[in-house]
Write a protein of this length. Structure first.
Length: 124
């Protein structure tokens, strides 16, 4: 299963990962719209556990063929139950968005991290 892994002890809080993510995911430089959030060198990102899949009342959240948890935005109603239920606090929301968003393990943040505090892992 492909996922973004983290080593918080290596994080220097530079925010480069947040910038790369918001640019890749939303095509804008807005760290509040990043699927990875850094707060005092604590890295908040989805570990692809899939617990959100079980709580979605309309089954808009699913696991793709690579094991990445995804949101089908065409059927998501924006109830945000998944946001409140996420054990990693990694299901994100923003006032500009009608539905939640999360890390899809694209790896853009890992490419720019100067300390390898975030990296793509195939391990469970």
């Amino acid at each position: 299963m492909k996922r973004l892994a983290k080593k918080e002890d290596l994080c220097i809080g530079c925010g480069e990962c947040e910038k790369a993510c918001s640019n890749a995911y939303f095509k804008e430089n807005n760290q509040e719209k990043s699927c990875i959030q850094i707060n005092k060198n604590k890295i908040k990102v989805c570990n692809q556990c899939g617990e959100c899949i079980e709580v979605c009342p309309i089954e808009a959240i699913y696991r793709d063929k690579n094991g990445v948890v995804r949101i089908n935005k065409k059927i998501c109603t924006g109830c945000f139950i998944c946001v409140g239920f996420c054990p990693e606090l990694a299901m994100m929301m923003h006032g500009d968005m009608l539905e939640p968003f999360k890390c899809v393990a694209c790896g853009q943040c890992a490419k720019v991290c100067p300390t390898q505090a975030v990296f793509i892992s195939e391990e469970v």
